[in-house]
Design a protein around this ligand. Structure first.
Ligand SMILES: [Zn+2]
Length: 383
């Protein structure tokens, strides 16, 4: 048995003072309170659920679309060291056969990991986010235009089958022809629809929400800009209270003022912090790959063809940035990397909270949000 103590513990809903958390066999055996210092003692720190990233393409020199045990292993070990316990492996737009191969490989890896529930002190992909191919040409960012496709239920079904039931989120531009039909179809199959890479006007955005769209992909980035007479996708995302909304909080994709605006609009129940990280996360500057194309990374900025190409952000840094930019209280800020992404994707049973019987995936952060320690299945990963 292993004992962890700290100043506070936030379990996903409430805050405990002087917590004593015990771990047995990689699972949380008990959560109590008391003055004793445990084997792992973090004075001044808060214990919290490990982070859940719903939008991440890669890290540690690898892309999830490589879909090999080696690539995923490197990504998962690195993410665990930065406090992330689970994530949605996120594809970028690529030739259809390449995407189908990647999905097939990812599905097999996720199945395998589910079969060894208790083993491996690394983060885990628990589902797949399809970022493309049904995106806007006008707002594709670095997604290769030549491989974008018009929304098509039959093509979606192929992607869905290749992903073996693990596709959980899809970014979709609602203004494309037949996008609303596809949004309804995907929702019925359990794939959450996130609106993004889009030039949609207000009515098109509302139509997608009416058939089940639940979130917005990297709000502000690759999105029609706000206009006070035609609020469009951005104005609708910011004012529709039921809608979740992602943000890349690296200080590069949006300025601190914009982060504050997003936080005021979406609040502690609907805001979600993501990394949109690519293979260069955790690596030195240089040339890397995102899906099938080259990306240059210099001074923490990932660029391809003159456009931002994902980030090198990690969720622990996103939390620190968010706290600094907004002054939000810790127990609200933590929701954005735990409870909210878990609720949006329907994974509240697998991620985002701490409870007896669950795998001991948790972190300790100091008052500024700096990661002090990370535990995955009870194993301590990072200082
Ligand atoms: Zn992305």
């Amino acid at each position: 048995m292993r004992t962890i103590t700290a100043a506070k513990l936030w379990d996903g809903s409430s805050l405990l003072d002087n917590p004593i958390l015990t771990i047995e066999d990689g699972h949380i055996a008990s959560i109590a309170t008391g003055a004793a210092a445990g084997e792992h003692h973090f004075p001044g720190a808060t214990l919290a659920p490990a982070f859940f990233d719903v939008h991440i393409h890669g890290a540690a020199g690898h892309d999830v679309m490589e879909a090999t045990p080696e690539a995923l292993g490197a990504i998962c070990r690195f993410l665990a060291s930065r406090g992330t316990g689970s994530f949605l492996a996120t594809t970028v737009t690529a030739p259809l056969d390449m995407t189908l191969r990647a999905l097939d490989g990812l599905a097999k890896l996720i199945d395998h990991l589910e079969s060894i529930e208790n083993k491996g002190a690394a983060a885990r992909p628990i589902g797949i986010h399809l970022e493309g191919p049904f995106l806007s040409h006008a707002k594709c960012g670095v997604q290769p235009k030549e491989h974008l496709l018009a929304p098509d239920v039959a093509i979606f079904d192929k992607l869905y089958e290749a992903a073996g039931g693990h596709a959980r989120l899809m970014t979709l531009a609602p203004e494309l022809p037949d996008a609303i039909e596809l949004a309804a179809h995907a929702t019925k199959r359990g794939v959450r629809v996130s609106l993004g890479h889009s030039d949609a006007k207000t009515a098109e955005t509302r139509a997608a929400i009416a058939v089940g769209a639940v979130s917005a992909t990297h709000t502000f980035n690759a999105m029609r800009a706000l206009d006070h007479r035609e609020p469009g996708i951005l104005g609708t995302v910011l004012t529709t209270d039921s809608l979740f909304a992602e943000l890349i909080c690296d200080g590069i994709h949006s300025t601190p003022e914009i982060v504050k605006l997003w936080w005021r609009a979406k609040g502690p129940e609907r805001a979600i912090l993501v990394t949109d990280a690519m293979s260069a996360a955790g690596m030195p500057d240089g040339e890397y790959h995102l899906g099938g194309f080259a990306v240059q990374v210099a001074n923490g900025k990932a660029m391809a063809r003159g456009v931002l190409a994902g980030s090198v952000l990690t969720l622990d840094r996103a939390l620190e940035n968010f706290l600094r930019f907004t002054g939000a209280p810790m127990e609200q800020a933590l929701r954005l990397l735990t409870v909210n992404p878990a609720g949006m994707t329907g994974f509240a049973n697998k991620a985002g909270s701490l409870a007896v019987g669950q795998p001991a995936n948790l972190i300790a952060v100091d008052a500024e949000g700096k990661l002090v320690a990370s535990f995955v299945r009870g194993e301590r990963i990072a200082e």
